[in-house]
Design a protein around this ligand. Structure first.
Ligand SMILES: [Cu+2]
Length: 135
């Protein structure tokens, strides 16, 4: 084998390795994108983050980008002292929506704490801060 042939062989091997690496990278990216797309994230909520609602009673609606398993999802309200009240998720909620009734809340800052199980089997959770103002 001449020096030129050897050099060509090395370059070909390197190119093949780089192509394989790029392919593996794309495959991982694709898998990650698919997975995150299947996770439940909030599309819109009422109250929305930072919103002030009129108390003491109001409806809570959270719509997700995905269908969720309502029976394995949790919703609670935390007050400024971190006291938590578990809310009952309404049975008539749509498959991508969690609906509940908040009652007896006084003026102040609260956090709506949610945890849902998406149909892909992954749990996501988060909090929506909001304020209540009594008329
Ligand atoms: Cu997921």
């Amino acid at each position: 084998m001449t020096e030129m042939q050897k050099s060509f062989g090395r370059r070909t091997a390197l190119a093949a390795r780089m192509a394989l690496l790029a392919f593996a990278g794309l495959a991982i990216l694709f898998a990650a994108t698919r997975q995150s797309a299947a996770h439940a994230i909030i599309v819109e909520s009422s109250p929305a983050a930072g919103q002030t609602v009129k108390g003491p009673d109001f409806s809570i609606v959270i719509r997700y980008n995905n269908r969720i398993d309502r029976a394995r999802s949790r919703l609670s309200v935390l007050d400024e002292a971190n006291r938590s009240t578990v809310l009952t998720i309404a049975k008539e909620s749509k498959s991508d929506t969690v609906t509940a009734k908040a009652t007896g809340l006084g003026s102040g800052r609260y956090r709506l704490r949610w945890q849902v199980l998406a149909t892909d089997g992954h749990i996501t959770r988060g909090e929506v801060p909001f304020k209540v103002q009594l008329p």
